[in-house]
Design a protein around this ligand. Structure first.
Ligand code: BG6
Length: 485
């Protein structure tokens, strides 16, 4: 745990990720008293700007909608800890300059043991030079701790990921490296471990004997709007399924770790992921949104190449070859420009044996990751009254109602705090990433056209539930809508 004498360098400080996520999360930690004492934050980017301009940008995403004076004071105090350095990412001189700036800050610290955290909010094209240059020019050797935080995309397929990781590993050890998948910082994703392993009732029904199918769904109500250049190169599978949804799947299905330690948890995640064969084309449905409801289609985005066949929606089904999960379909689906914002896990249990009751709805356990965090269990209950009939109802643990005072932390706050504490549990280990790419690489190569003509995604209207083929798709894997049961 880093208690003091710590500098956090945010590379890409003028970019979107830093402005929207990293810097507001650092402020959140500062305000709640979780940053090390006297912690300084150094923004670094190519853009030339003075400290004042940087302060303005750095705090532009911190909301103070009700003009709370206490919050305004905290923002002012936070600014005091922020400085800015501009420079390139590839040349030695820029990093020597940065190092001088860091040493100057450190000369005011009492102890000479200083810690440096390097947060790369950067595009992948400069990951490697920055990993190298920070190690060569800015690494402290006088007993302090050095850590590097990096964020996806970690390559585009198995081979490029291995190259990227391999290059970073030349300079930074696994112990010093923190690979962010921000879904691992989300409250309800962290809750999965507790739900599963602190409840005997859950554990008992957590296998192929009780569960029919599982859906992990990500829905966003907006398109790529202006981000099409990046998106078109990656597509929805690399953007959301291969990382965020697969992470959720691994925690949902892994065996009980021996302990709560980072390595024990990640050992179990890797083990279950290794039991998943590469995805089949026949298990995959691809879609692309088209203009509707006054909203532009994907191809209308100026940053998207004309005639792109990049999927903005994908549903695919994974199978786990182990005794617990054999034969249970795990449907991962994600789409942009849909009718709502929602991320959830839906576990549908098998039918009860027919006999005393007929045609009753299946139990479902839903874990809503966002918005409005909740866990609810659909179960059948007797209608109150003088006759016996089973009706579907819900046992509902909606956080807003149950934990009225609780503040749900931002994912990035939770993760940066973990990194400051040296806790790797919620970061992606190199072998975890490797096996994730093994599962997805064949399907991605097919989609990229490396194995013949590129598949054409089916169109779906902006603002809809997704491709009209979707309901038949989930039904094929055994999902029964309540009304059909
Ligand atoms: C990012 C993707 O990793 O996750 C984005 O690149 C997506 O396309 C975002 O919008 C979703 O994150 P959240 O936290 O808003 O669900």
């Amino acid at each position: 745990d880093l208690k003091d004498n710590t500098i956090i360098v945010v590379f890409g400080a003028s970019g979107d990720l830093a402005k929207k996520k990293t810097l507001p999360a650092l402020f959140g930690l500062y305000r709640q008293g979780f940053l090390p004492r006297d912690c300084k934050i150094v923004g670094y980017a190519r853009t030339k700007m003075d400290r004042e301009e940087f302060h303005k940008r750095a705090t532009s995403y911190i909301k103070n909608s009700d003009n709370n004076p206490d919050l305004a004071n905290s923002i002012e105090a936070f600014k005091e800890s922020l400085t800015y350095v501009h420079g390139g990412y590839e040349d030695d001189e820029s990093f020597e300059e940065l190092n001088k700036h860091l040493e100057e800050i450190e000369s005011h610290y009492q102890s000479k043991e200083c810690n440096r955290i390097f947060y790369l909010a950067l595009p992948p094209s400069v990951f490697i030079p920055v990993a190298k240059n920070t190690k060569l020019h800015c690494y402290v050797t006088k007993g302090g701790v050095n850590r590097i935080i990096i964020e996806k995309p970690f390559g585009k397929d198995l081979q490029s990921a291995r190259e990227l990781l391999g290059a970073v590993k030349q300079y930074w050890t696994e112990d010093e490296t923190f690979r962010i998948d921000h879904y691992l910082g989300k409250e309800m994703v962290k809750n999965l471990l507790v739900l599963r392993f602190a409840n005997i009732a859950m554990g008992a029904a957590w296998d192929k004997n009780s569960i029919s199918n599982v859906q992990i769904t990500f829905k966003e109500p907006f398109g790529t709007e202006g981000r099409g250049g990046y998106f078109d190169e990656f597509g929805i599978i690399r953007d959301v399924l291969q990382n965020h949804l697969l992470q959720v799947l691994s925690i949902l299905t892994m065996e009980r770790p021996v302990s709560f330690s980072a390595e024990d948890i990640r050992d179990e995640k890797v083990k279950v992921l290794r039991s998943i064969p590469p995805i089949e084309r026949s298990d995959t449905l691809l879609g692309q949104y088209v203009s509707a409801n006054g909203k532009p289609g994907y191809l209308d985005d100026e940053t998207v190449p004309p005639n792109s066949v990049c999927p903005t929606f994908a549903a695919t089904t994974l199978w786990i070859n182990n005794p617990r999960w054999e034969g249970v379909p795990f449907i991962l689906k994600a789409g942009k420009a849909l009718n709502e914002a929602k991320v959830e896990v839906r576990i549908q249990f098998k039918d009860v044996t027919q006999g005393i009751f007929k045609d009753i709805a299946r139990n479902e356990l839903v874990i809503r990751i966002q918005p409005s965090e909740a866990v609810y269990l659909k179960l059948n209950t007797k209608t109150p009254g003088l006759y016996t009939r089973a009706i579907p109802t819900e046992m509902d643990l909606t956080y807003k109602r149950r934990f009225t005072e609780a503040k749900i932390p931002e994912a990035y706050e939770a993760l940066i705090l973990n990194a400051l504490r040296g806790d790797h549990s919620n970061f992606v280990r190199h072998d975890e990433l490797d096996v994730a790419w093994k599962i997805f690489t064949p399907i991605l190569h097919w989609i990229d056209g490396l194995e013949g003509p590129r598949p054409r995604p089916v169109p779906y209207p902006y603002g809809s539930r997704g491709p009209k083929e979707m309901d038949a798709y989930t039904a094929k894997y055994g999902y029964k809508r309540a009304t059909e049961a």
